[in-house]
Design a protein around this ligand. Structure first.
Ligand code: ADP
Length: 426
């Protein structure tokens, strides 16, 4: 099997989302969690997605981990580099989308790279260079009050330009070109490149647009986008006869209780947690202010008492933007994050040591912290629970089942959906 596509994702849930997209489109896909050991072999697969926790890391670290990950994949033969970020373009004025994309562009010697976070199935569309979450501009959606990456501007050209070296030109391919198909997009990108644009935002409002964009990117050394861009790329390899095809991957059977951990404070996750509670699901809420005083011991004890048979319990730090703001003001944003991620990671680790092997995690950063604490380094993807959220299994002798959910993904009944889908998937 030949490695064709090498992807570097800036968080863990984004990586599972993309891996699921590629796998559904017929590519044999493996996930590598965390900055890879550069002396280890790259897994045998047609697409490998490296999941970094680089979205809010210091810029230099995000750049070096991303470039090193790609170097590792390209040495193993990967032909196309895919830098995957969130469909809500989560980033800060310092980065890390712009600096990482620019470093990868230089490394891959790509003349120009596209940016398209659109994921229409989840309501994320790009029109006239502005990012929408369903019917709201990004800046008017819940993302405006995200604890780590508040997105207060929906104009992607402006957001990206602020993250790139001064004087960088950010181009734009509007929907009236995208809707005319792959050839029209390709010729617009060529024109943009001739005119000196190295970074180009591309509109997309429908899956067809992403498929056309994917086709237009056949042979491109570098592409950047949300997972939606992954809809169209596999077909380029399939039509060149490079995919092996065959049976879809199945996950190993993993039974026992399920620990659900939520560290996301997004609008969707808050609604999911509330629904779980309303329907009588066992839940323990973590308060950062209390954690600062007492640590996670009591929560851990509670979870271990409950996790018997095929029980499912939820431990959640999810709070409303006002509550998050209070915790951040009293503790400082870094300390609040550290306390919550640290507690959820510690609880996951202790549960695993007691034999729990099924985990559902809500929140991108949170998923990174939990998967790292569980020591999971490679995973295979299985069936989806909701768009962008597959069940996965670690590639270990004693595998664990993991569903890693980006904060804003999934319907209100997501946790129950995950349990139901997990019963048949793993
Ligand atoms: P999402 O996918 O919704 O962006 P993340 O897990 O990526 O979720 O980010 C949420 C961040 O907010 C995490 O770093 C988490 O530790 C932090 N956090 C969670 N709960 C609280 C809280 N109650 N107060 C302050 N910060 C919190």
């Amino acid at each position: 099997m030949r490695l064709l596509l090498g992807a570097v994702a800036d968080d863990f849930t984004g990586a599972t989302d993309l891996a699921s997209m590629l796998s559904r489109a017929g590519m044999r896909t493996t996930l590598v969690l965390g900055a890879p050991d550069l002396s280890a072999d790259v897994p045998e697969a047609e697409a490998v997605v490296v999941a970094l926790k680089s979205r809010t890391a210091p810029v230099d670290q995000a750049v070096s981990e991303s470039v090193e990950s790609w170097r590792w994949l390209s040495r193993a033969g990967a032909q196309q580099c895919y830098f995957k970020y969130c469909s809500t373009f989560d980033s800060t004025p310092q980065g890390n989308i712009g600096p990482v994309a620019e470093a990868l562009r230089k490394f891959t010697k790509a003349e120009v790279t596209i940016y398209c976070p659109a994921f229409p199935e989840n309501g994320r569309t790009v029109y006239q260079g502005k990012l929408f979450v369903f019917d709201q501009l990004l800046s008017e959606s819940g993302m405006a009050s995200h604890p780590l990456t508040p997105m207060t501007d929906a104009d992607l050209r402006r957001v990206l330009a602020a993250q790139l070296p001064e004087g960088s030109l950010v181009g734009f391919v509007p929907w009236n070109v995208v809707s005319r198909g792959a050839d029209a997009i390709r010729s617009e990108l060529t024109q943009a490149s001739i005119a000196g644009f190295r970074h180009v935002i591309v509109d997309a409002v429908r899956d067809e647009d992403l498929i056309a964009l994917g086709r237009a990117c056949a042979g491109a050394k570098l592409v950047t986008g949300g997972s939606g861009l992954g809809l169209g790329l596999p077909e380029n390899f399939a039509s060149a006869g490079e995919l092996e095809g065959g049976e879809a991957t199945t996950l190993p059977h993993i039974d026992g209780p399920t620990l659900i951990l939520s560290g996301s404070c997004s609008t969707a996750t808050n609604a999911q947690v509330a629904r779980w509670e309303r329907e009588g699901g066992p839940i323990l809420r973590l308060e950062p202010l209390l954690l600062a005083e007492t640590g996670p011991g009591a929560a851990l004890e509670w979870a271990l008492e409950q996790l018997n048979g095929d029980a499912a319990v939820l431990i959640s730090s999810s709070q409303t933007p006002d509550q998050v703001q209070t915790a951040q003001e009293r503790l400082g944003p870094d300390r609040a994050t550290e306390l919550v991620e640290g507690a959820l990671a510690e609880i996951a680790k202790a549960a695993r040591a007691r034999g729990v092997r099924r985990f559902v995690v809500a929140g991108g950063e949170t998923s990174g912290a939990v998967a790292q604490a569980l020591g999971v380094s490679r995973m295979t993807v299985g069936p989806s629970i909701a768009p962008g959220v597959p069940w996965c299994a670690s590639l270990d002798e004693e595998p664990v089942a993991l569903a890693l959910k980006s904060g804003n993904f999934g319907g209100e009944g997501f946790f129950a959906d995950a349990l139901a889908a997990g019963a048949s998937a793993t």
